[in-house]
Design a binder for this molecule. Structure first.
Ligand code: TYM
Length: 335
């Protein structure tokens, strides 16, 4: 099948430091399954990363780290476009047009906005509120067919679908309304220290978050000190969020179902169970860490990947943006 005929997958991650198990099992691992069947655009959302306080030099470096992590996790750059959001013109232009269509109340109701703005108080920037419009633009500018994300991004992709429909109804059919895809296993990996909350890089308690580049000793320590629940049964149940989370992680690592794992660990104690989870996580991350060590220092190679992808992404974005400008009534420059 030619590139033109393939369906398009688009998704992004923010370059805010190291990625964790939630990003891997909820997102990247699943993205790999599209490499042969779809035309894939995997973006590094550096324009989203400036919606919260940040250090410019760290942001620049984090982009390279993330390209290297993407490739180490199996996103073969010969089979997909790993691009940097700010390299492609049109994302923020389209975001503006979509924001003009988007009711303010809908943005104010976004859970992520409510959580992140609560942390910043009075100093919260307007970019944080506007964030979902930019995310919608990231998706719609490529006329994506499918957007695979973790559960925490569901609301944003649903808003994207609403905006695509609204634009199509207002200006005539322009955007494909993308499908949301959330993987069954690993869609919501929780913090090891507070299993009611998602595992997150912005978590105050970093021992609740296992990073893909953590050393094996650190991984064993974090999993060994994971919060568990009262009782001693190893089962996934609502009143046992800590054990349920560890079972989810083990299931994501091994490909075995939760029911199989419950049967295997019946009668065993929490200590033995945690050690088994840690072993599997270390085993899973070992090849990723090995490749990362090999390629992360090769800036020229990473730059080449970004440059090639930016070109392909820009070509596709241009096609859509000229249509959008025409439909919304922007005059063409006459030379
Ligand atoms: P980000 O960078 O927070 O996360 C990247 C991907 O990882 C998933 N994820 C999780 N999945 C399961 N459990 C967790 N604990 C967990 N934490 C994160 C996220 O759902 C996501 O799929 N706004 C987005 C980036 C973005 C984007 C886009 C995504 C910008 N534009 C367009 C899709 C399409 C974000 O901050 O993801």
């Amino acid at each position: 099948m030619s590139e033109e005929q393939k369906k398009v997958v688009l998704t992004c991650a923010q370059p805010s430091g190291n990625l964790h198990l939630g990003n891997y099992f909820g997102a990247i691992r699943n993205w790999c399954s599209y490499l042969d069947s779809h035309e894939c655009f995997f973006g590094i959302a550096n324009m989203h990363a400036i919606t919260v306080p940040y250090v410019p030099a760290n942001l620049r470096k984090s982009v390279y780290d993330l390209v290297a992590i993407f490739i180490s996790c199996g996103l073969d750059p010969e089979k997909c476009h790993i691009f940097l959001q700010s390299h492609v013109q049109g994302h923020s232009d389209l975001a503006w047009i979509l924001a003009c269509l988007c009711p303010l109340g809908q943005l104010e109701r976004m859970t992520q906005y409510k959580q992140k703005s609560a942390k910043q108080g009075e100093s919260v920037g307007a970019g944080l509120l506007y964030y979902p419009a930019l995310m919608a633009a990231d998706i719609l500018i490529y006329n994506a067919d499918v957007v695979p994300v973790g559960e925490d991004q569901r609301q944003h992709v649903e808003l994207t679908r609403d905006l695509a429909i609204k634009f199509n109804n207002t200006y005539s059919d322009t955007f494909r309304v993308p499908d949301l895809f959330i993987p069954q296993t690993g869609a919501r990996i929780k913090s090891l220290q507070d299993p009611e909350r998602k595992m997150s890089k912005s978590d105050a308690n970093q021992s609740g978050c296992v990073y893909l580049l953590d050393e094996p000793t650190v991984i064993r320590k974090k999993i060994g000190s994971a919060v568990t629940d009262s009782g001693c049964e190893i089962v996934a149940r609502e009143d046992k969020p800590g054990i349920s989370n560890l079972l989810t992680i083990l299931s994501a690592c091994t490909g075995r179902t939760i029911a199989e794992l419950e049967a295997e660990f019946a009668g065993q104690n929490y200590g033995a169970f945690k050690a088994a989870v840690a072993d599997e996580v270390v085993k899973k991350l070992e090849p990723i860490q090995k490749t990362y060590k090999e390629i992360s220092g090769d800036k020229a190679y990473l730059d080449k990947v970004l440059a090639r992808s930016a070109e392909a992404a820009q070509r596709r974005a241009n096609r859509l943006m000229s249509k959008v400008y025409r439909k919304v009534g922007f005059n063409e420059l006459q030379k």
